[in-house]
Design a protein around this ligand. Structure first.
Ligand code: KG4
Ligand code: ZN
Length: 333
């Protein structure tokens, strides 16, 4: 089944052509980072306008790279939520109209389920059941995954998402938006033991997370050291990152042990973090667990993962209707 995937939930306009939910023929991502960078975060109205400009060229390019004609598509899968409503509407309305014009089925899917299904676009996907840590700009959750479309929520953040904490700390340090990648890079030049920040909820009593206190601890450190912190930015980045990584790695490995799973997966934008990838592999190794992490391009938002999850709904006979609408907030089922 040849599926066109479309993703416009936040600040990436993406389209991909994927065969049977596993084989990527093309995956085009047009980022709006430059547009939002001066504001230190995504400006929803600007995001919608940029999606409007980009959607047709991005879909056209995805089809061209795949070598497929639109008439060869079997179905369309599009992100229905969660995300910015105005941004979602661009991809969603485009997908509806394109499916209507081509007279093929279409399905609106959950972005978070898409991130988890990004694992199946790689060579060695995890066998079911497995435990997945989904860490992105908007979400930080642990799921017990028993099929492509069945997820039990094990724990989640009670305030900020991990990626949001990276972005806010980067903003405090004057490093711009988005912050994860730059903190990841600067941390390699610092020493995480020079400035030690608190590890929120680092105990076995809960699988939930909390990152807002850690963010405040960094802010306080900057305020107390106004004259010197500029010279300490690599150490602050390393200390902050180590605190986040400590908590994420401990919780996901512990969740796998409690759930009796031998396989762990990391997905979402924060799964691109080099220290997190290294640390979870080390911690899992000590417990005899296997770790699965998509390549960097598939960690961030993309449309191949949307086509991948769409495939599993479509083969089960689930399709969307023209009265369906987007949603801004939702958990995976
Ligand atoms: O999954 P994603 O692309 O979009 C959402 O669904 O939110 O995740 C974006 C988030 C941003 O907060 C970004 O700062 C973070 O992922 N991120 C990283 C890294 N690359 C992206 N965080 C830590 N280290 C990275 N290397
Ligand atoms: Zn995402």
């Amino acid at each position: 089944m040849i599926i066109l995937g479309i993703e416009t939930s936040c600040d990436e306009t993406a389209a991909a052509v994927v065969v049977d939910g596993i084989q990527i023929l093309s995956s085009v991502v047009s980022s709006q980072i430059e547009v939002h960078h001066p504001y230190g975060g995504v400006v929803p109205e600007l995001a919608s306008r940029k999606h409007m400009e980009a959607i047709v060229p991005v879909v056209t390019e995805a089809l061209a790279v795949s070598g497929m004609d639109s008439k060869q598509l079997d179905a369309i899968a599009v992100t229905q939520g969660p995300g910015l409503v105005g941004a979602l509407l661009v991809g969603f309305c485009f997908a509806k109209s394109f499916a209507f014009a081509l007279d093929i089925p279409w399905i609106g899917v959950n972005h978070l389920e898409g991130h988890i299904n990004s694992l199946f676009l790689e060579e060695n996907p995890p066998p079911f059941p497995f435990v997945a840590l989904l860490a992105s700009g908007g979400h930080t959750s642990i799921y017990h995954v028993t099929s492509h479309t069945t997820f039990e929520l094990v724990g989640q953040t009670r305030d900020d998402a991990a990626g949001e904490a990276f972005d806010k700390v980067a903003k405090m340090l004057g490093l711009g938006y988005p912050g994860g990648e730059v903190i990841d890079r600067l941390a390699t030049q610092g020493d995480s033991e020079n400035i030690v920040f608190p590890r929120p909820f680092l105990d076995k009593s809960t699988f939930d997370f909390s990152f807002s206190g850690l963010k405040t601890a960094v802010r306080r450190y900057i305020q107390k050291n106004m004259d010197t912190y500029q010279q300490q930015i690599p150490d602050i980045a390393a200390g902050f990152q180590e605190a986040v990584v400590d908590v994420l790695s401990f919780k996901v490995v512990h969740a796998a042990m409690v759930k009796g799973c031998e396989h762990i997966a990391l997905v979402g934008g924060v799964a691109a973090n080099n220290r997190l990838r290294e640390r979870v592999r080390q911690d899992a190794d000590l417990k005899g667990l296997t770790v699965h992490i998509p390549c960097i391009d598939l960690c961030g938002d993309n449309a191949a993962m949307i086509a991948a999850i769409g495939y599993h709904y479509l083969i089960a006979g689930t399709v969307s209707g023209f009265c369906d609408d987007v949603y801004s907030r939702a958990r995976v089922r």
